[in-house]
Every structure is written in C-alpha cells, then in structure tokens.
Design a protein around this ligand. Sequence first.
Ligand code: ADP
Ligand code: MG
Length: 250
Amino acid sequence: MSEQRPSAGPEIEVRGLHKSFGDNEVLRGIDLEIGQGEVVCVIGPSGSGKSTLLRCVNLLEEPTKGQVFVGGTELTDPDVDIDAVRRRIGMVFQQFNLFPHLTVTENLTLPQRRVLRRDKAAAAKVAAENLERVGLSEKADAYPASLSGGQQQRVAIARSLSMGPEVMLFDEPTSALDPELVGDVLAVMRMLADEGMTMIVVTHEMTFAREVADRVVFMDGGVIVEDGSPGQVIGAPRHERTRHFLSRLL
Ligand code: ADP
Ligand code: MG
C-alpha cells in the first residue's frame, strides 16, 4: 500500500526490509530511520549486506519485502515515478565510473542535460560550481585518465552533486584509493556533512566515522546488530560481533 508521510518525518526510512537473491537471504529485516542532515556510517564485514542495503535505498535493487521512504515518498510504492525519486538520491561507488572519452566538465554536464533537461549554459554553470566545491576547478578540461584516483572520485562526487540530490549514498568511496589519496576525498565528504547533507556512508574509515558520523550502524549477516553514536558503537560496542569486527580492523 502506498503511503505519503509528512515532511517532518525522517529523510530516509527503511522498514522491515528483506532482500534475497534466489535462496540467499542477504537482508533479513532492516529497520533504519535517518533524519534530515544526519550522517550515518554503516560498517560491517564483507558480505554482510551493506552494498545491498544502499542499493535498495535507491531501488537499484528491488526489495523482496519491506518499505523504503525518501523525503516522505515511498519508493517501494509500485506506482511511484522511480526515475523522479532517484534523481533526489546521489550515489557514489568505490569505482568512479567516469566516462573516459569525456572531459571532467562534460562528465558533469551530460547527466544534467539528459536527465534534468538543463540547457548547456545552465549545466556548465552548475558543473563549475560543484568542481569548485571539490577543489578541482583547474581540472575542468582534463580527461579522467590524467587525474589521480582521488581526483576522479572527487569528480564523481561533483557529478552527483550537480544533480541537486537531497541525500547522498556512499559505498566505500575510498576503498579503491591509494592511502595518500583518501584524505582529500574524506575532506569533501566532511564538507558535505558540515553543509547539512543527509548521508549514508559505507566505510572502513573509522576515524571518519568517529569524527563525522552522527550515528554508526554495524551490520552482520543481513541484520543491524548495533546502531548508536560513534562513541558507543566504535568506542564501547555492546555486542561481541561488533567487538570482533572492530578488533580485526586495528
Ligand atoms: P557487502 O557490501 O556488505 O560486502 P553485499 O551487499 O555486496 O555485501 O553482498 C551481500 C551478499 O549478497 C553476498 O553474499 C553477495 O554475494 C550477495 N549478492 C549481492 N549482490 C548480488 C546479486 N546481484 N546477485 C546475487 N547475489 C548478490
Ligand atoms: Mg559492499
């Protein structure tokens, strides 16, 4: 059943979410509420369902059961205009997925023109603003291959921001980067958090999670084992599974 919720509710709400691939039940009942401007880091072992959760939040994967709301709109309503809703949700992956044959500016303007129907000048203006936000104005005419991995990921973030999303989902955005390039990407994400962007960040960067997240969610085996402040979940985990996971990261 479709539901419209008042905008005073959570920006992102996941209710009773299950996802199976064949016989493999990957998400086994996820309930999560994220307020406007809240930054939630999701941590957990490989295979615990973190990517699947993010992909269900923007319906890149169709939930087997349960509901997902973004900004009060139920995405899991069969009658929803999923393309319209998806535009409100930015997603940044481990792999940057830039078009290699397009310049940085063209990578930022193409989706604006195709999806949002912005004219060339308007798209270029938004692209320039967002390149400046991520500190890459001087790379506007460069091709992706000439950029470092960290710069490419900042371009991918700027591309996502150029679509004007209400929420941003990050799936291990720094995991493919050389260690010395991680800091610049995290700095951009920190800026977005400070600006009040609602964000879900799947990450193994515990310093970032401690310093930037309002909440940390620990997932294991397709369920949320622990959900609380960084100080509680990382600093004083209540569950043995969380302690075991964190001890292996050190
Ligand atoms: P994480 O991001 O926490 O490492 P994932 O959500 O990627 O975990 O994967 C959880 C489980 O779901 C894994 O067992 C994985 O093999 C399975 N899985 C993920 N995507 C698919 C898919 N498209 N088809 C089949 N199985 C999948
Ligand atoms: Mg993953």
